[in-house]
Design a protein around this ligand. Structure first.
Ligand code: BYC
Length: 473
């Protein structure tokens, strides 16, 4: 279905047929814009940026690219087309017609899921607001802003659901989404990872690779929801999300490519020499991967979760790609997870399958994360360098779930707290290493020029040259 751009709020949900809802959202719109101007990308609000805008929600819908000032971006409400006669695909309501309204008994759970999802979107924009000041190229600057405006759009997606289906408390939640802020001492964002500033580009690429991929998996689970408007919203969000992970995967790939180029130029693999030549050495890349991968894993919640079991039983949140499973009711089955003894020893235990939905999703996520790692390793190998990156164990550095409160090496071996403390900067970036990375971050904005710590991209955006002036400063 094509999107109506003649309306104040672009949409494909016939918003003008529901005057009350339209008025409520038009009242929220200026509050959103004020938030964007205050908390969004700092310093570039009046610059023209080469951005894409959705024109329809099908695969061909990304046709429109053009120069836009970010506050003029047409944020709106886009749902994937309705699947006729869609049935609930899992849980105790399996086979019943998908709900077009919120069932009273699931109202608070659904609201909570939507608010948690919605809260991460503006949080990420806030976390990244200063990054433009240190962009490695105009190409990267443009990608940052594309990610930012789309996260803003994802906030609209959740706010639409709150306004349209949750009445007054939905409208109040929508206001709250603009009032909590990343890192705010009194009103922080809901999930802890979203309260950490992302103030260097290596962290930004790790965030878009690892944290946005949690977003992908959570959206996949919500796309299975029996609440049809949520499912349709998430299905369209997933098409936008793909670009964010592209930014992460290619970004990290380019940092790695530059590292091996420099190693070959200086004929040394010594990390200090690589750093001295202005690149980020591979062992340090590994530490950033260890840090971000472990923190993203916590976003899946506890390994054994009655919340997750209830969401599944009630048809609110399925498994990612639920179609691939045989048994969609999952009532009598069990799933093996690990349990950690007081001495750090590991035992495998079987728990009811429904309680294990967070681990199931997390393990699918881990497999997906590994695809990029293997791709990067091919770049390293092709350059003739003997080094392989790898994802740390799922036990490493966890603060949520069965491994929390225990200490493990990146290989998953238990260690005492004191040993972990003594060795941790062998595994995650030390303050000095973070300072080194930050020190490399100097703004490069001449078209076609690129910072020395990262290789140029293989191609530009939408068939344009890499040298294109993607942001007019
Ligand atoms: N931090 O049974 P449990 C994205 C709480 S990212 C703080 O273990 P459950 C994006 C939990 O709330 C995806 N608290 O977990 C990426 C519960 O509290 P109560 C965002 C946490 O509920 C980049 C208690 O611990 N989407 O889209 O099964 C850029 C026990 O809960 C955390 C969603 O998260 C944590 N990490 O699962 C932009 C989807 N983990 O009940 C965007 C919606 C758990 O004791 N959210 N807790 O007060 C959910 O489905 C679930 O809330 C979670 C947790 C998966 C987060």
């Amino acid at each position: 279905m094509s999107i109506d751009y003649t309306q104040k709020i672009p949409n494909n949900v016939q918003l003008s047929d529901d005057k009350q809802l339209q008025r409520a959202l038009e009242k929220w719109q200026p509050h959103f814009l004020d938030w964007w101007k205050e908390m969004g990308p700092e310093g570039f609000q009046q610059k023209d940026v080469y951005l894409r805008t959705a024109t329809s929600v099908d695969a061909k819908g990304w046709a429109s690219y053009g120069m836009t000032k970010m506050p003029d971006y047409r944020w709106g409400i886009f749902l994937a087309d309705q699947v006729p006669d869609r049935k609930i695909g899992f849980g105790d309501h399996m086979g019943e017609a998908a709900w077009q309204q919120v069932p009273g008994e699931f109202r608070s759970d659904l609201r909570r899921l939507i608010v948690t999802q919605g809260d991460t979107e503006p949080a990420s924009v806030e976390q990244q607001r200063l990054l433009g000041q240190t962009c490695p190229s105009l190409y990267d600057l443009r990608n940052l802003f594309q990610v930012n405006v789309e996260e803003g759009r994802h906030l609209w997606a959740m706010v639409y659901l709150l306004h349209a289906y949750f009445g007054r408390d939905g409208r109040e939640e929508a206001e709250e989404l603009l009032q909590r802020h990343s890192g705010d001492r009194n009103k922080p964002r809901i999930l802890s990872t979203f309260n950490e500033p992302i103030d260097d580009w290596l962290s930004f690429f790790c965030f878009t690779y690892f944290t946005d991929r949690d977003g992908k998996y959570q959206l996949k689970m919500l796309a299975e929801s029996g609440f049809d408007p949520l499912s349709r919203t998430c299905r369209f969000m997933l098409t936008e999300e793909a670009h964010h992970m592209f930014v992460g995967e290619t970004g990290l790939g380019r940092v790695i490519k530059r590292a091996v180029e420099v190693m070959n130029e200086i004929k040394s693999g010594d990390p200090a020499a690589v750093r001295g030549a202005g690149a980020i050495d591979l062992p340090l890349m590994q530490k950033y991967i260890n840090f971000w991968f472990s923190s993203a894993q916590d976003l899946f919640g506890s390994d054994t979760s009655t919340n997750a079991a209830n969401y599944f039983a009630n048809g609110l949140k399925g498994r990612p790609d639920e179609d691939q499973y045989q048994d969609h009711v999952a009532k009598d089955a069990t799933y093996e997870i690990e349990e950690v003894g007081d001495d750090g020893s590991i035992k495998t235990v079987a728990i009811p399958l429904r309680n294990a939905m967070n681990v199931i999703a997390r393990r699918a996520y881990i497999k997906d994360c590994d695809i990029g790692v293997q791709r990067w390793n091919r770049v390293i190998k092709k350059a003739g360098v003997d080094f392989a990156l790898k994802l740390p164990s799922e036990r490493f550095r966890r603060t949520v779930g069965v491994y929390a409160g225990h200490h493990f090496t990146p290989d998953g071996k238990p260690v005492a707290a004191a040993e972990w403390e003594a060795r941790k900067y062998g595994w995650i970036p030390s303050p000095d290493e973070r300072a080194f990375v930050k020190g490399l971050m100097r703004q490069v904005t001449e078209p076609g020029k690129i910072a020395g710590w990262i290789a140029p991209p293989d191609r530009g955006i939408n068939n344009l040259a890499v040298e294109h002036e993607y942001v007019r400063l």
